[in-house]
Design a protein around this ligand. Sequence first.
Ligand SMILES: [Zn+2]
Length: 78
Amino acid sequence: MGNYRICNFCGNLYEVKIKSMCSSCEKMYIKIRSIVEEFPDTIVLEISNQTGISVSRILSFAENGYFRLKEGTIEIIK
Ligand SMILES: [Zn+2]
């Protein structure tokens, strides 16, 4: 039997391996992260527009320690 957890971001149940989120949220995280890596000055609202991921979801990644909020933009932590 695997070790299961509820995803912090969407509430899905997922099997814990390394990440602390389910695979659909991980895809969102990677999408956001790739924009931040390429264009660090992109504001959260613009990231939301480009990815279709809600601002509140992006902020919840920040609250969970994946990004640092900085004057309307985000920085990568992990
Ligand atoms: Zn999730």
